[in-house]
Design a protein around this ligand. Structure first.
Ligand code: AGP
Length: 603
């Protein structure tokens, strides 16, 4: 949450910052701000509440320079106001700071070090700017030493970029638990929360490790560890294309990403299957085989992808799978088995809730695999093993292609392990053929957009609440479908096990309540249809999303058949489109729903 970008040594600092912030807007869009300076110290700070576009409107052509830092905010401490927007200044205005993360001891810092200081906003970041400024002005430390001293006091998560107005040739940066990268250019260098923010300028990047301090100048980058010892680090090239991060001709990223799913299925097959073999590293297979239980730790959509993977994973690997909500794990620790393997499923690889579990399970000495769309992300670096999703950047806040990619990659892992241990079901399961069928089914559903849009208008117009119901795999899809609908359309929606409604929640069904039923399993279809009758007779308006082999007259949306292990991959597609069109029909911003951010880097 929150995005940071900085550049030093460029002629067009403002343009570079704005372009970078636009790419980071998915991380938060409550307010935005920049500081720019030229070498003669002509300096400007511009801030605006809301989107980057509001900031852009306030920037005149005279606002430019050779160095700058910028920030897009997802509010944690204090409302989304201009006073709380970054960059924040020290008391004398000399130090400017942008920050992503949460400083846990900012109140203590205020009381202990900053008595008598006047703050214009309520953020933890402003407190840090004052602390650094105080060490320069009162204790006469250099900006670097003041920065380092402050970092020794600050507790919590942070990615900081700092500029000293007196010397606008250096950006001081540091990180702990929040993401930050250095981008390397010819005659200029950059910093940013992710590679996308810098990819227009460079493809060469340097990782920053937690607690390091990095001094970025136009022609040098100095990395110091916690003890102040200089570190050597090789640059890496990001395999990102500018076209991957653009919307192309699509009105919204979400629609583009929904449409990309058949291609993502094929890309996963290409990356994980060659010459008749599944390409999963031996040590990853070994880790699964040696485990007596798999714990999948994840949040939100990734958690739902874990559920969708549970059945085939257990059946193909003969290993029980337990699902854990990352944010609950610390307090509701399950009784762990003797040889657990932890699998962290995370699109971004940066989710703080999952990361705190990873830190804990590493301390306990348990092996960890991260399944992520961002190799090189924190969860990927800190786990023992990583499997990549190959889904391409997912920019819409609502996750779509990452969900299906996560299930597909988990199926590859399960199949590879199953073959290795000689599991009969795994041997007879032609996964590549089945994933091709999934891609075909997805293509057919995506061709029915207009029909689905008309069904959304018919069933969800003006409603304030709705239910998704299903059994088995369809229940797992219902949970994900409900999350998608509520997070972008703001329709209050719950995903329910169809048989569970009658145990209480059916009391909420009244005349016209939309109930969206998912049916993809012939053997339990009649039970779900029974539940449909129960809610229909109480006035519910039931929209049925049904696989071809379960079809009956009067069903609304048909989905091409796929293998029973993989029905979530096919059945979720219409539900993503339902969420998309319900949001569009309400005139809301599909890609940037209120109160949310793509990468949830606070606990
Ligand atoms: C869903 O659309 C959300 N984007 C959200 O639930 C997300 O899946 C969750 O925050 C976990 O993120 P991660 O996959 O990046 O760890």
């Amino acid at each position: 949450m929150c995005g940071i970008v900085g550049v030093v040594g460029s002629k067009n600092a403002t343009d570079i910052l704005i372009q970078g912030l636009q790419k980071l807007e998915y991380r938060g869009y409550d307010s935005a701000g920049i500081f720019v300076s030229d070498e003669r110290k002509n300096q400007s700070i511009i801030k605006a509440v809301g989107r980057i576009s509001s900031l852009q409107e306030k920037i005149g052509i005279e606002v430019n320079g050779s160095i700058g830092i910028g920030h897009t905010r997802w509010a944690t401490h204090g409302k989304p106001t201009e006073n709380n927007a970054h960059p924040h200044a020290s008391e004398s205005n000399r130090i400017l700071l942008v920050h992503n993360g949460v400083v846990e001891n900012y109140k203590e810092i205020k009381t202990e070090y900053l008595n008598g200081h006047h703050f214009i906003g309520e953020t933890d970041t402003e407190v840090c700017a004052h602390l650094i400024g105080k060490f320069i002005e009162v204790d006469h430390l250099t900006p670097k030493d003041a920065f380092v001293k402050a970092l020794g006091i600050i507790e919590g998560s942070y990615a900081f970029a700092m500029v000293d107005r007196e010397d606008p040739t250096v950006i001081y940066v540091a990180k702990n638990k929040s993401p930050l990268l250095v981008g390397l250019g010819e005659g200029y260098n950059m910093v940013g929360s992710d590679a996308m923010a810098m990819i227009r300028e460079t493809k060469q990047f340097l990782e920053i490790h937690d607690k390091e301090v990095v001094i970025v100048k136009k022609d040098s980058v100095e990395i110091l560890d916690e003890a102040g010892i200089q570190q050597e680090r090789d640059a890496f090239t990001a395999e990102l294309d500018l076209s991957d991060i653009g919307k192309g001709t699509y009105p919204y990223y979400m629609l583009k990403e929904i449409d990309e799913q058949p291609a993502v299925m094929r890309r996963i097959m290409q990356n994980y299957f060659k010459d008749g073999k599944y390409l999963v590293a031996d040590e990853i297979k070994k880790a699964v085989i040696e485990a007596d239980r798999i714990y999948i730790v994840a949040a939100g959509t990734s958690y739902h992808a874990g559920y969708a993977s549970k059945t085939f994973f257990e059946e193909l690997t003969d290993t029980p799978v337990e699902l854990c909500i990352a944010s609950e794990f610390g307090y509701n620790l399950p009784l762990l088995s003797k040889k657990p393997l932890f699998i962290y499923i995370s699109q971004s690889g940066e989710t703080a809730d999952s990361r705190q579990v990873l830190v804990k399970t590493k301390e306990l000495g348990y092996p960890a695999l991260t399944v992520t769309n961002v190799p090189g992300s924190t969860l990927s670096r800190e786990a023992d093993f990583t499997m990549a999703l190959h889904a391409g950047p997912e920019i819409a806040v609502a996750s779509t292609k990452a969900y299906t990619a996560q299930i597909a990659v988990m199926s590859i892992l399960a199949k590879a392990v199953g073959e290795e241990i000689g599991n009969e079901k795994a041997k007879s399961f032609n996964l590549i053929q089945e994933l091709s069928l999934v891609a075909t089914s997805m293509v057919a559903t995506l061709a029915e957009k207009e029909w689905i849009e008309s069904k959304v208008a018919e069933y969800l117009k003006d409603t304030r609440n709705a239910f998704y119901i299903g059994r088995g795999q369809d229940y797992f899809v219902s949970m994900e479908a409900a999350l998608k609908l509520k997070e972008i359309s703001y329709i209050q929606c719950e995903g329910f096990a169809a048989g569970e409604l009658k145990h209480g929640t059916i009391a909420l069904i009244e005349e016209g309540t939309p109930v969206l039923a998912i049916i993809s399993n012939k053997s339990i279809a009649s039970h779900t249809r029974g539940n449909i009758m129960e809610v229909s007779s109480r006035g519910a308006n039931v929209l049925k999303v049904v696989s071809a082999d379960c079809q009956e007259e009067g069903d609304d949306i048909l989905v091409g058949n796929v293998h029973s292990y993989l029905t979530s991959l096919a059945m979720v597609i219409p539900t993503q489109l339902i969420a998309y069109y319900a949001t569009l029909q309400r005139g809301l911003d599909v890609d940037k729903p209120r109160n949310l951010a793509k990468s949830v880097t606070v606990e």
